[in-house]
Ligand binder design. Structure first.
Ligand code: OOB
Length: 546
């Protein structure tokens, strides 16, 4: 499907537009303000020019310097022949070259395809072909991996990839630093054009591309900065890979720049990289995926780095347990904010004035007054208020179709434009959502469909268990057996299966939901952004027929 597209498609190609009357409403409401991302950097530079915009790897850029560098790189890219609408694969770690390139492409109207440093030939080869990218921008090497070698493989698979640009030692390719020319005017893209392509976060199948427009992404960042109460004093640490929607624009880098704050780029989210930056730059805000949080809490117990500037730790990407949420203020001295978001659009945040139990036990409420949510049963009918079902959404920053994916789009969207998230959720009267798992993350045991998330919540309550992922393993007798894969709590030994089952029975868990097997691991395999990778986990475990 994807490979039949020619790279030379018109600018708007790949975008499923909002219906004209809906688009008119979003413009009239001021959500879509007609600015491009490149134009926004001009506005921010006019407002905050001499302030510090970006810090990373020994480089410190003011807004004015960032603006100038983006202009110079845009001119250099144009000299290479990169034109409005061209797709450019971007695979950079958290380095200042990322924001410079991001805004340079925005000014040209070229479209970054934002891949993550952990992606390899399977994903990058697919995304190169799907997007028809003309250029691929990499670092020479990062975290012990040489991206120039990967570039050689990608070029074999994607002949229209004419340029490989390297931040650092270019090897046989061109240095990104040399992509530099006297600034000149470029035709400004339309704010309704695709500004960037995000990679979908799913752990099943090959990644999909999510078109985000200048209008919708600008709103995403601006409204997020407002909901999260960022201001010019905000120092945001981008600890997660910056090409992911969460640290990029929720509110992340773009939201911080929108209010005159400073973005600090960490080479890794590990405490040994992040903690010294928090102390040195007086970081106020950062964002993590939940699997990293126990590591931060554990390190903060003995590490005496000064984290006192930290005010907000955002947690999102997968479900944060209430127990860990409660620990954050005690151990890090900052508040926790839950974020339930998706590259496809919809964002939910807990707010600073939410009561503690809402912050600890819900995944937040929608960002926009015009986010339209439905929660439906397997037949697509609305469930009763408060019941769990699949979350559907449409709104001013939620996509109407994946990029060049007509077959997927036929099932991932309703006829009236709602995105079917695949997430199971319920909504409280306050509007806050509680995520209850994924529609497809169920274990079919003896004909009963058991929610993996539900099993995990109960198993995690065991005092000797720090984390749990429940997976279904093929079992001839039961269809699937429930395997509780656990990480034991520090200094504890995992319970035996009979002990765990007795514990769950005492909690009142129904017999058909009890694990058939327990497997203790030191750590879980993780996806490119750091969520537990259940597909990899399942593949690791051979199901014994007991
Ligand atoms: C974020 O975006 P993606 O695109 O990597 O993944 C989206 C999916 C959601 O559909 C949901 O299944 C899961 O990740 N998810 C959560 C969650 N946040 C995301 N599940 C439970 N609790 C949460 N808090 O992951 C993302 C994008 C922007 C901001 C934050 C996260």
């Amino acid at each position: 499907m994807s490979d039949t597209y020619s790279p030379a498609l018109p600018l708007s190609s790949g975008l499923t537009p909002w219906p004209p009357e809906t688009a008119a409403r979003y413009r009239a409401s001021g959500y879509w303000d007609g600015r491009t991302l490149g134009g926004l950097l001009r506005d921010w530079t006019a407002a905050y020019g001499p302030r510090l915009a970006v810090v990373g790897g020994g480089t410190r850029l003011t807004y004015r310097q960032l603006d100038e560098r983006a202009d110079r790189m845009a001119a250099g890219l144009a000299d290479l022949g990169i034109a409005p609408g061209d797709r450019v694969l971007v695979q950079l770690p958290n380095v200042p070259a990322f924001p410079v390139l991001f805004f340079a492409l925005a000014r040209l109207g070229a479209v970054p395809v934002l891949t993550l440093p952990a992606h390899r030939i399977t994903e990058i080869g697919h995304l190169a072909r799907l997007s028809g990218a003309v250029a691929y921008v990499i670092a020479d090497e990062a975290a012990g991996f040489d991206y120039r070698t990967l570039a050689g493989q990608v070029r074999e698979q994607a002949p229209e990839l004419s340029h490989v640009l390297v931040a650092g030692d270019p090897g046989p390719y061109r240095a990104l630093e040399s992509v530099d020319a006297e600034p000149r005017a470029h035709r400004e893209p339309d704010s309704g054009d695709v500004a960037l392509l995000l990679v979908s976060g799913g752990t099943t199948g090959v990644p999909k591309l999510i078109p985000r427009t200048h209008d919708d992404y600008g709103y995403n960042a601006r409204a997020s900065a407002e909901a999260c109460e960022l201001d010019a004093g905000t120092v945001y640490l981008a600890a997660l890979p910056i090409a992911h929607n969460f640290p990029l624009a929720c509110p992340g880098m773009l939201g911080t720049l929108a209010v005159g704050g400073t973005v600090v780029l960490a080479p890794s989210p590990a405490p040994d990289a992040a903690f010294p930056l928090i102390a040195a730059e007086r970081v106020t805000h950062t964002a993590l995926v939940p699997p990293l949080i126990p590591l931060w809490l554990g390190t903060a117990e003995w590490d005496d780095t000064d984290l006192s500037s930290l005010r907000v730790l955002q947690a999102g990407g997968s479900k944060l347990s209430a127990e860990v949420a409660r620990e954050v203020p005690r151990q890090l001295g900052c508040v926790v904010q839950q974020v339930f978001g998706m590259a496809e659009g919809l964002l939910n945040y807990t707010r600073s004035d939410d009561p503690a139990d809402i912050v600890e036990t819900t995944q937040g409420r929608p960002l926009s007054g015009d986010d339209e949510l439905r929660i439906v049963d397997a037949e697509g009918r609305d469930v009763a208020p408060g019941e769990t079902g699949e979350l559907l959404v449409r709104g001013p920053y939620t996509l109407r179709g994946y990029y060049r994916a007509p077959e997927v789009n036929a099932t991932a969207f309703t006829a009236d434009g709602y995105y079917c998230s695949g997430d199971l959720a319920r909504q409280l009267p306050s509007g806050h959502l509680v995520v209850e798992g994924r529609v497809k993350d169920t274990i079919d045991r003896h004909g009963e469909s058991v929610s993996a998330e539900e099993v995990e919540t109960h198993v995690r309550a065991h005092p000797a268990i720090a984390a749990c992922a429940a997976v279904g393993l093929t079992d001839p007798a039961r269809g699937e057996q429930i395997c509780a894969v656990v990480v034991p709590a520090a200094g504890a030994a995992a319970p035996t299966l009979p002990e765990l089952r007795a514990f769950l029975i005492a909690r009142g868990v129904a017999a058909f939901k009890l694990p058939d097997r327990i497997a203790a691991v030191g750590e879980f395999p993780l996806t490119a952004i750091g969520k537990v990778d259940k597909r990899a986990l399942t593949a690791r475990l051979a199901a014994p027929a007991d």
